[in-house]
Design a protein around this ligand. Sequence first.
Ligand code: GLU
Length: 388
Amino acid sequence: MKLAGRVGQVTPSLTLAIDAKAKAMKRDGIDVCSFSAGEPDFDTPNHIKLAAQTAIAQGKTRYGPAAGEPRLRDAIAHKLQTDNRLNYHAENIIVTNGGKHSLYNLMMALIEAGDEVIIPAPFWVSYPEMVKLAGGTPVIVPTTAESQYKITPDQLQNAITPQTRLLILNSPSNPTGMVYTPDEIRAIAQVVVDNDILVVSDEIYEKLLYDGAEHLSIGAASQEVFDRTIISSGFAKAYSMTGWRVGYLAAPIELITAVTKIQGHSTSNVCTFAQYGAIAALEGSQDCVEQMRLAFAERRLAILDLIDAMPGVTCVKPNGAFYVFINISKLGLSSLEFCDGLLNEQQVAVIPGIAFAADDHIRLSYATDMTTIERGLERLATFVKSKL
Ligand code: GLU
């Protein structure tokens, strides 16, 4: 069958592929320790599930407005005003089928052939593919462990050309777990304003911070940068709602109107009763978020200690999200060889760094239970030792 050319331009999502493989192995009774997809192992908090159940019972099972339930758009705007000091109102918000869909919609509404999108590497696997699907050109800016894998203002300035449309910023970062400090955000914001480009800030991990790290939403740095900012986020990571598929985009009204037009012809509204779960997530107590964060914080320390004690690999201490990004360059294996070997020989699933443009690294998600962390890291240590 002849497929559209755009299909050939993108690669399958490795995070999803490896996660699916690990889950299939588990179903077949294989004792796999999985650190693959960034998916919290907690159940969705009860009050959120109950709100969705009640919504079903009340008949909230019909088409809704393409941009989302008005009450949810209000609640998201309120959250962005109070948590992030961003002056958004309901009409600045569109509810999407998860954070991934927000970003995809944005690329569709904004990017066309000839447009360049700056993406600091290592980056989350789907960013460049979305840019390519929209016909644009991803401009990858490599960063190093020395700068904690963060793009510097000079690097950003040097990457900007007359074709630059957008910068993708992701803090806390997937896959590195690094968090830009407020000063670093302000410096990046200045370059965005000076060059009159746009920035999309993917803030899906904003609630997962450790060791006193602070999250400054770039749009709060100045009015000038706010006018050039788009926020992408969702409920999956902070509220353990990965399968619900509820995310959002916040942006100037003109852009939200454009994205709504696209959504009106593609997915229509996000599952109506799932949106009522999201309303409960925002309007209810935030204790559940903190409880999960505390559990991640404990796991983070445990996993970092185990990696520290492992000769042959290194890692920059992350202070956000739930990932550790491990340098495997001493072992002389590509990240795919490493991950295939680890899965086949030790039944441990991790994501190869090549998915994030860092072939000398692997990514582990520690959004899993402590027993898996202890057993999995023991097996990882055995594997690493056998390759040294
Ligand atoms: N965002 C998560 C990850 O990076 C989930 C999988 C995906 O959508 O890529 O593991």
